[in-house]
Design a protein around this ligand. Structure first.
Ligand code: A3P
Length: 320
C-alpha cells in the first residue's frame, strides 16, 4: 500500500493554480499561496514547534534580505562567533521553521544552531504573521521583520528562479503578474508585509522590529546598534570597532567573496538541507543594490506594481 503524504487530507481539497511553466502548482491555504511542501512544513510547525520566550524569530518574504539579516543577527547575538560567517553560510547557522526544522511534515533532527547559539535561539520563517502558530503569537519571543521595495523584490525573485535553473521556470512577466495578483509562492506579498506591519503597530510594544532593505543599506551600522538594543545586547559607546567589524563581515562584498558562498552546487534535497527548492549558495548573492528594477522592468510593469502597492498600503502609514 502506498504511504500517504503528510497532511494529505488537509492539502488535497485546497484551491490550486499553476505557477510558472511547469508543476508543481500553488495551493491556497488561509488566503496565502504556497507549494505543497511549504504547507506541510507550516502545518508541522503548528503541530510541533514550542517557542521559548528568549527566541528571536527572523521573519521575511523570500528575496527581501533574509540572508543579510541572518548574518547580522547571528553576529550581533554571538559576537565572539562572527568569524564563523567566513566559513559557514548563514542559512546553516539559522534554520527556517517550515523549510528546515519541520520540513517533510515532521520535526527534523537537531541542527547546528544548538551547538553555536549562546543566550538565545535565532530561527527564521517566511510564513506570514497571519499564519504563525498561535504558540508563537502568544509567546514573548522577539520578531525581526525585513521587507523590501516590491519592484526590487520581484526582480530579485525572478533572477533567483532563473539563475538556479529552477524546476519551476518563470518569466519576468509571470513574476510581475504574480506580485500584482498576489499569486506567487508565499503571496500575496503585500498581505505578508501588512501582517507584520500591523502587529508592529498594534501588538505588544517592543515585540516586532520592522525594517526595510533600503533603510538597512542606508545606515547599516545604525541598525546594528538599534538591533543590539532591541535584542537586549546593546553596544556601548566604545564598541564602534565591533559594530564596524560586524557591518564589514556581513557586507555584500565580504559575503559574496568568501569561498563557501561561491558554491554553485544546488542544495535543497528535501529534509536534508536548508531549503525545499534547489538553489546554490552563490545565487543568494546577486547584486545587492537598491533600485535594480529600473534595469529590468518596463514602464507598464512599474505602473502595475506601483498601483497595487498604493491600493494595498493605502492608509497603513507604510510606504515601500
Ligand atoms: P538582489 O537579487 O537584488 O541582488 P534573500 O536573502 O531574502 O534571499 O534576499 C536576496 C537579496 O539580498 C538579493 O538581492 C541578494 O543579492 C541580497 N543580499 C544577499 N546578501 C546581502 C548582503 N550581505 N548585503 C546586501 N544584500 C545582500
Amino acid at each position: 500500500m502506498e504511504e500517504s503524504e503528510p497532511y494529505e487530507d488537509l492539502i488535497n481539497p485546497l484551491p490550486t493554480v499553476p505557477f510558472g511553466g511547469s508543476p508543481p502548482p500553488l495551493h491556497q491555504y488561509k488566503g496565502f499561496w504556497f507549494r505543497k511542501q511549504t504547507i506541510q512544513g507550516l502545518l508541522a510547525t503548528h503541530d510541533h514547534f514550542v517557542p521559548l520566550p528568549t527566541d528571536v524569530l527572523l521573519c521575511s518574504f523570500q528575496k527581501t534580505g533574509t540572508t543579510w539579516l541572518k548574518s547580522l543577527l547571528f553576529s550581533i547575538i554571538n559576537r565572539h562567533l562572527k568569524d564563523s560567517l567566513l566559513s559557514i553560510n548563514p542559512h546553516f547557522l539559522i534554520p527556517s521553521l517550515e523549510l528546515t526544522m519541520y520540513t517533510d511534515g515532521k520535526p527534523q533532527s537537531p541542527l547546528f544552531i544548538e551547538k553555536t547559539s549562546s543566550s538565545c535561539r535565532i530561527l527564521s520563517t517566511h510564513l506570514p504573521y497571519q499564519l504563525l502558530p498561535p504558540s508563537v503569537k502568544d509567546s514573548d519571543c522577539k520578531i525581526v521583520y525585513i521587507t523590501r521595495n516590491p519592484k526590487d523584490f520581484i526582480v530579485s525573485f525572478w533572477h533567483f528562479m532563473v539563475s538556479n535553473k529552477h524546476h519551476h521556470p518563470v518569466s519576468l512577466e509571470e513574476a510581475v503578474d504574480g506580485i500584482c495578483t498576489g499569486v506567487l509562492p508565499g503571496g500575496p506579498y503585500f498581505n505578508h508585509v501588512l501582517g507584520y506591519w500591523k502587529e508592529r503597530l498594534e501588538g505588544p510594544s517592543k515585540r516586532v522590529f520592522f525594517l526595510t532593505y533600503e533603510d538597512l543599506k542606508r545606515n547599516t551600522a545604525g541598525h546594528v546598534r538599534r538591533l543590539g538594543e532591541f535584542l537586549g545586547c546593546p553596544f556601548g559607546v566604545d564598541d564602534e570597532n565591533e559594530v564596524d567589524e560586524i557591518v564589514r563581515i556581513c557586507s555584500f562584498d565580504t559575503m559574496r567573496n568568501v569561498e563557501v558562498n561561491k558554491d554553485e552546487k544546488l542544495l535543497g534535497a528535501m529534509g536534508k538541507s536548508i531549503s525545499l527548492v534547489p538553489f546554490s549558495l552563490k545565487s543568494l548573492f546577486r547584486k545587492g543594490e537598491v533600485g535594480d528594477h529600473e534595469n529590468y522592468l518596463s514602464q507598464e510593469m512599474i505602473e502595475c506594481i506601483d498601483k497595487v502597492a498604493k491600493e494595498k498600503l493605502s492608509g497603513s502609514g507604510l510606504n515601500l
